[in-house]
Design a protein around this ligand. Sequence first.
Ligand code: ATP
Ligand code: MG
Length: 152
Amino acid sequence: RVMLNELLHKIVTDNDYLVSEKSIHIKLNCPEQLMLNANETLLYSALNNIVGNAIKYTHSQGTIDINATTNNDNIVITIADSGVGVPEQQLPLLFHPFYRVSDARDRDSGGTGLGLAIAKQAIELHHGQIRAENNHSGGLIITLELPTKLTN
Ligand code: ATP
Ligand code: MG
């Protein structure tokens, strides 16, 4: 069983060097007692890539909001950043292996384009869903829904 609050805090701490380098402000909101049956290593790597992306594709002094709540039998986790977002027509491609938005910032930032494809596999293995949308106020929002009851 995974304590989501602890896992999310660990991810924030593990990315601290990048966050402070860019003076990014991370707000994390997760109920203390939220537990789920999941493979902790897989869930860590999925969430760590999503948070890593939010940091990588957000300007200095930006903000990242990480929220977790329960909704019926699901745990809903959102990671919203104040970064550049993704052109609307490219949103469906983000989860394809090796897909990277063709933009100068990607050439600067490095990466293989596998992170979100792997995250999607990990979430689906847990019978969950993942989606991406642009925030009205700018930046990208990644939403994960995971069933509370299931074992992986
Ligand atoms: P890797 O994760 O393998 O190191 P990557 O970060 O480029 O490389 P993904 O995590 O799969 O690959 O993301 C795919 C692409 O989606 C990125 O290259 C980037 O263009 C876009 N993207 C992902 N997250 C964000 C975000 N938070 N804001 C803007 N663009 C994003
Ligand atoms: Mg990535």
